[in-house]
Design a protein around this ligand. Structure first.
Ligand SMILES: C[S@@+](CC[C@H](N)C(=O)[O-])C[C@H]1O[C@@H](n2cnc3c(N)ncnc32)[C@H](O)[C@@H]1O
Length: 307
C-alpha cells in the first residue's frame, strides 16, 4: 500500500499558525489532510478550516476523509485563488494561512502520477490533470533553447544545454513519452554516480514548468496578504531553494524596512509594510524528524504576521 504522506514540521508550523483557536484558517495545500487533521484537534467547535488542493486525487481522498467534519470546506482549486475562495466562503479575512509546498509522497510514489523517474509511467507531471500541457508535450515540442532554459532556471542543472540538445536529437527518431525514455537519454550523458541527482533536477524543472509553480506561488503570496486578518500569520514550508527564495523575498519586501540615513537622508521615503517576520532565519526539521521522514530533509519554514 502506498503511504499517502507524513506531514512535515507539524508542530512547528501549527504552533506558529494558530493564534485564535476559534478562527478560520486556510490550508492552501491540503494534500492528504495531515496538517488539517492536527489543526482540527487544536481548534474549538467554532474554529474552521477552508482548504484547497489542485490535485484531483488529493482532493477526492480528503473530501471522503473529512466528509463528516463540518468544520472543513474543501476546494479542488489552485491556491493562487485564495482571495476568490474567501469570497465564495463569504469571508473577508482568514485568521491564518498555511502552505506546505511541493508534492505529496502519494504523488511521488504512485506510479500512475508520472512524478518520479524511479518507476516507468507516462511523462506527465501535471498536478491538475485538466491543464493542457504535460511534461511530454514540453519535451516533444519546446525548442532546444527553451528546454535548456527550463532545466537551468528551474532545475539549476549545469548540463542543461547538453541535455536539451540530446533530447531534441532523440525526439526526431522517436517521440519521448515515458519517465523511462527521459531517464535513458540522461543516463547516456552523465556518469552513473550523478544520474540520480541529475534526474531529480530535470524532473523538478519539468514539474515547475508544467504546473507554473513559481508564478502560482508569487500570486498566492500576494493574494494571501489581501485576505489575512491583522495579527494573523502566514506560514510557508518550502522544499527547494527556488521556492524558498520567493517566500523570503516576498516577506522581505513586505516587512518593515529601516532605511539608513544614506538611503533616505531626509526621512521622506515611506515604505508600505504589511508584514512582520516571525522568524528571521528559516526553521528546519529536527534530526529525529529527518530520521523518521527522509523527505523532510530539505524543508524550510518561514512565517510572517499581518500588520
Ligand atoms: C507537501 S503536499 C501537502 C501535504 C499536506 N500538508 C499533508 O500533510 O497531507 C503538497 C500538496 O500541495 C498541492 N499543491 C501544489 N501546488 C498547488 C497549488 N498551486 N494549488 C493547490 N494545491 C497545490 C499538491 O497537489 C500536494 O497535494
Amino acid at each position: 500500500m502506498i503511504e499517502h504522506h507524513i506531514p512535515v514540521m507539524l508542530n512547528e508550523s501549527l504552533d506558529l499558525l494558530i493564534t485564535d483557536q476559534s478562527g478560520v484558517y486556510f490550508d492552501a495545500t491540503l494534500g492528504f489532510g495531515g496538517h488539517t487533521t492536527e489543526m482540527l484537534k487544536r481548534l474549538t467547535n467554532t474554529g474552521r478550516i477552508v482548504a484547497a488542493d489542485v490535485d484531483t486525487d488529493a482532493f477526492e481522498y480528503s473530501q471522503k476523509k473529512f466528509l463528516k467534519e463540518d468544520r472543513v470546506s474543501i476546494y479542488n482549486y489552485n491556491y493562487s485563488f485564495i482571495d476568490v475562495i474567501a469570497k465564495i466562503e463569504s469571508l473577508k479575512y482568514f485568521d491564518g494561512v498555511l502552505a506546505d509546498l511541493g508534492v505529496s509522497s502519494f504523488q511521488l510514489d504512485n506510479p500512475e502520477s508520472g512524478f518520479t523517474f524511479r518507476t516507468e509511467a507516462p511523462l506527465d507531471l501535471r498536478m491538475d490533470k485538466t491543464k493542457e500541457v504535460s511534461a511530454a508535450d514540453v519535451i516533444n515540442s519546446y525548442d532546444e533553447e527553451d528546454l535548456a532554459d527550463i532545466f537551468f532556471n528551474y532545475g539549476e542543472e549545469k548540463n542543461s544545454r547538453k541535455i536539451a540538445r540530446s533530447i531534441v536529437q532523440k525526439r526526431l527518431i522517436k517521440k519521448i513519452e515515458t519517465t523511462k525514455d527521459i531517464s535513458e537519454i540522461i543516463s547516456e550523458l552523465v556518469p552513473e554516480n550523478y544520474l540520480r541527482k541529475t534526474l531529480t533536477r530535470i524532473f523538478q524543472a519539468l514539474r515547475i514548468c508544467v504546473n507554473d509553480e513559481l508564478e502560482n506561488l508569487k500570486l498566492f503570496l500576494e493574494n494571501s496578504v489581501k485576505v489575512l486578518k491583522k495579527g494573523g500569520r502566514i506560514v510557508v514550508i518550502s522544499y527547494h531553494s527556488l521556492e524558498d527564495r520567493i517566500v523570503k523575498d516576498f516577506f522581505k519586501s513586505n516587512t518593515v524596512v529601516n532605511l539608513s540615513p544614506k538611503e533616505d537622508p531626509l526621512g521622506l521615503i515611506k515604505k508600505e509594510t504589511s508584514l512582520k517576520l516571525i522568524n528571521k532565519k528559516p526553521i528546519v526539521p529536527s534530526e529525529s524528524e529527518i530520521r523518521g521522514n527522509y523527505r523532510a530533509r530539505s524543508a524550510k519554514l518561514r512565517a510572517a504576521e499581518r500588520l
